[in-house]
Design a protein around this ligand. Structure first.
Ligand SMILES: Cc1ncc(COP(=O)(O)O)c(C=O)c1O
Length: 325
């Protein structure tokens, strides 16, 4: 069967462009790479989270929720996108954020405050109880969206994106073999793998570059998301069994949201040579992973699509590093 789609609110500007980067010898990127510009899903609602929120917010609305509740790091793109979606729908946003409040705020936190989101700050140690914090914030009228929007419903956004990529790749005459992206909670990977399986394109490798945790962790997460997709009736077991992906370890750098001056210089070089902002938490690390795979001969950039999942607002939290670059 093809996938069964639940109700969706059109929040993202789709289809996003599929662009081929021109060869630039000193850009630090493999020549001929294709980029799926999901950083252009919108300005306020930019990045990959919007595709997930189209399905999640539709369910929240159908349930009569008054608020969207979610969690993330203090500079979370997902939390900010959820707060924007809530404002667009006339709902409030309640965000449980890992880390300390900052005055003045930085990165996505500026926008969370600008949007009037209700914020609860929790410590690294309390993060293990994030679901309990979100349940408390929901207070009976809030719709809880898990970390990263990564459950079966949210991931369907990337099953749709897979269809979009296949259509555009065919129109561009590109013999697609690899789709590469940053993996932070597994939902984008699960959706892309499911979308490729539904189109019988399991020959296309979904390569998820881990920016936290590791491959074993993400394999478990992705399997759990796909199981839930079948349980909720959006995919059949045969499609789910065909879903293929590979999680790539080794590109986390010093840790989640941690970076080095060399990595920052590489990310800035992409901006300087291509006018493309990649961030130090997600897309920059994924691109470093992609480049290493290309150098090792594991993928050909001419048949590879890099999914640019957004994250530009995070850069403003790294302003202090500019002088060391
Ligand atoms: C810019 C960006 N790219 C990639 C990801 C990772 O996507 P996923 O959580 O679906 O693995 C995130 C998640 O927060 C993100 O903000």
């Amino acid at each position: 069967m093809t996938l069964r789609w639940p109700h969706r609110l059109p929040l993202a500007n789709t289809p996003t462009p599929l662009e081929r980067l021109p060869a630039r010898p000193d850009a630090g990127l493999p020549d001929g790479l294709w980029v799926k510009r999901d950083d252009l899903t919108g300005v306020a609602l930019s990045g990959n989270k919007v595709r997930k929120l189209e399905f999640l917010a539709a369910e929240a609305q159908a349930q009569g929720a008054q608020a969207l509740v979610t969690c993330g790091g203090v500079n979370s793109n997902h939390a900010r996108a959820t707060a924007v979606a809530a404002a667009r729908l006339g709902l409030t946003a309640r965000l449980v954020l890992r880390g300390e409040d900052r005055h003045p705020p930085m990165g996505n936190l500026v926008l969370d405050r600008w949007l009037g989101a209700e914020l609860t700050f929790i410590t690294e140690a309390q993060w293990a109880e994030r679901d309990a914090f979100m349940a408390e914030a929901a207070r009976g009228d809030g719709y809880v969206i898990p970390e990263g929007g990564s459950n079966a419903l949210g991931s369907l956004g990337y099953a749709r994106a897979a269809q979009e990529i296949l259509t555009q790749a065919e129109a561009a005459g590109l013999g697609l073999r690899h789709v590469v992206h940053a993996c932070g909670s597994g939902g984008t990977a699960a959706g892309l793998a499911l979308g490729m399986a539904a189109a019988h394109r399991e020959d296309v490798e979904v390569l998820a570059v881990a920016v936290c945790n590791d491959a074993a962790y993400f394999d478990r997460q992705i399997h759990a998301i796909l199981d839930e997709t079948v349980a909720r009736g959006w995919a059949d077991e045969a499609t789910r069994r065909r879903a293929r992906w590979r999680v790539l370890d080794g590109h986390k750098g010093p840790g989640y949201a941690r970076t080095t001056p060399e990595a920052l210089r590489a990310h800035a070089q992409v901006a300087r040579r291509h006018g493309l902002f990649v961030d130090p938490v997600y897309t920059g690390k994924a691109l470093l992973g992609l480049s290493a795979e290309a150098e090792a001969g594991h993928l050909d950039p001419k048949s590879t699509v890099f999914v640019h999942t957004g994250g530009v607002f995070e850069l403003f939290a790294y302003a202090d590093a500019i002088d060391s670059m």
